[in-house]
Structure formats: C-alpha cells, structure tokens
Write a protein that binds this ligand. Structure first.
Ligand code: CUA
Length: 319
C-alpha cells in the first residue's frame, strides 16, 4: 500500500482477465495512433509543395471508390477488431457478474462520508472490510443519501451504490494483504476522504477476527424489527393474515396481481417495504402501509437478511 505503483496489485480471481483486456485495448489504441500520426507526418513531408513545381490539378469529384481493396480493408478490419473487443468485454462482464452460489454475504451501507460494513454474524466495521482468502464474497449495498461507488482497485471491481435501490457485486481474493478501498463517485465535500482498506486474511485468522462478537447478527436484528413494526401480524397464517407468508420465498418467482412474475430478491423486498403497492402479490389487497422514512437502509438490509433466512416451515435458517 505504499508509493504510486503504475498498476494496482493483482489480488482477485478476475483481476488478470480484466488486465489482459485492458492491455489489449491500450495496445490496439497505441498501434493505430502511432500508425496514423506517423503517416500524417510522413505524407506531409513527402508530398509537401516544392517551389519549382506547379500546384497539382484538383482531384476529380466522384462517388465511385478509387480503390475498392483499400476501402473494403479499412471497413472490415476495424469492424473485426471492434467485434473482438465487444465479445471479449461482454464475456468477461457476464462471467464477472455471476455471483457464485457459495459466496459469503456482506452488507454495505454508504453515506456521506463513510462505509459501514455488516458481516453475517453481527460483526460490523467502518471504512474497513475484512474478508477471508480464497472465499467468494458478495456485497449487497445501499446508500443512505447520494450516489457513492465501492471501488477496490486490487480486485478490479467497482460498483455504484445508489439511493433507492440495492446493488450487488462480488469478488474472490487470491492474495492476503491490505488493499485500498475508495469511493469512486463524487459525493460531496469529503468525497476524497471516503476511503478505507480491505484486509484479506487467512481463513483461520478471519474466523478469529470474526469470533467473540456480542453484537446481534443482521438476521437477529431483522427479526426484532419484524415484530417491532408489526410485520409479523399480517405476514402470518391465521385469521389475521393479510399479506403473503414470507418463508422460503427468497430466490423464487412470485406471481403478481396482473399475472406477471417478479423475482423475490433483495430489491423486490426493499421495494415492497418502501413502496408496498408497486408490485402486489396475487391474491392480496393493497393494504400494506409504506415504511419509507421509518427505516434506515441498514434496518432494511437487516429485514432482508431475516426474510431471506425464513424457511417455508416458518423457522430461521442458520447462516
Ligand atoms: Cu462517497 Cu464519493
């Protein structure tokens, strides 16, 4: 973490692939820039006006190409090169967007001007993110105020953190050590101070670091909020049930009133809390009040963690 190296360290599974594409793009750009500028100078000197020669006749204006081979070459070659860039970039993007199933869940809330990180067992940290080596980590991120961007150069990952919705990103560290963490979206006066560090630890060190917490886990806090805000009243079986039971719904598709389907994921849960009438599950009425402004983004993430953990039998799955 010292000095100003030209490139950040390569510390995640996707970093080398991103670098390779980056070098390819830079190489192609450099090659054509040098070629074009070189030719401009070469032709400018070679075909300069000489004092003893009369100016040439104006070239005849014509719509027919004067050299088919040349015209086809300078259309087809760039086309192929840009297609290679597109395919390569798209494949990398798709591969890097797919979160592995066994990824560890970490919640992040950005606000002016700090990052709050919440681990599944309850341990939380500010402007720091501790993760175990060789384990895929999925970040679910919310913003309490303006747009921020969570950026770890050594992992080659960056994702905007946007108010009003949740965004996710994932990475798998391949090298123990400390790395920079930046906010990469201008978010006000102290944007430049919204920095921190990511610490990649050996798995057994990480377990030690995690252990011995007395704080409540997001699932436990979510469970408390679930009863404190009386969610449990309407989302339960029995005579008073007015909303869908939530156990086992996470990750499935639910049917809406208009017959369309929606994935029951983090963003749908969040939307249903702040704007319950946006997408109502088929068979239920629009009776749920909005909780916009009553819950912080952190509390919403806790509720999501709790709802995710609910089993169809009504129990709570251990993380
Ligand atoms: Cu937060 Cu810039």
């Amino acid at each position: 973490m010292k000095g100003f190296p030209l490139f950040p360290e390569i510390a995640s599974t996707i970093a080398s692939g991103v670098d390779l594409l980056y070098f390819f793009l830079t190489g192609v750009t450099a090659f054509f820039s040098i070629l074009i500028f070189g030719l401009i100078f070469y032709f400018a000197v070679k075909y300069r006006r000489r004092p003893d020669q009369p100016p040439p006749e104006p070239a005849e204006a014509s719509h027919a190409p004067s050299h088919y081979g040349l015209e086809i070459a300078w259309s087809v070659v760039p086309f192929v090169i840009t297609l290679v860039m597109f395919t390569w970039g798209a494949r990398l993007y798709v591969a890097n967007s797919r979160v592995p199933d066994q990824a560890m869940d970490v919640y992040v809330v950005g606000r002016q001007w700090m990052w709050k990180v919440q681990h599944p067992n309850g341990r939380s940290e500010i402007n720091e993110l501790h993760v175990p080596l060789g384990q895929a980590v999925k970040l679910t991120m919310a913003s309490q105020d303006v747009i921020h961007s969570f950026y770890i150069p050594a992992f080659r990952v960056k994702q905007d953190v946007v108010p009003g919705r949740l965004t996710t990103m994932w990475f798998e560290p391949t090298k123990a050590g400390e790395y920079h963490l930046f906010c990469a979206e201008y978010c006000g006066t102290y944007h430049s101070g919204m920095v921190g560090r990511v610490v990649v630890m050996q798995p057994e060190d990480f377990q030690k670091w995690l252990g011995g917490v007395t704080e409540e886990s997001p699932v436990q806090m979510g469970e408390k909020l679930f009863s404190a805000f009386d969610c449990v009243n309407c989302h339960a079986t029995g005579a008073r049930q007015r909303g869908p039971q939530l156990g086992g719904l996470y990750g499935t598709e639910v049917m809406l009133q208009d017959g369309s389907k929606v994935k029951f994921d983090e963003n749908y849960i969040r939307e249903s809390i702040v704007n319950p009438n946006a997408k109502i599950v088929s068979g239920f009425a629009a009776v749920m009040p909005t909780y916009r402004g009553q819950l912080s983004e952190e509390q919403i993430l806790d509720l999501i963690a709790y709802i995710r953990s609910l089993t169809p039998e009504g129990g709570v799955r251990k993380e």
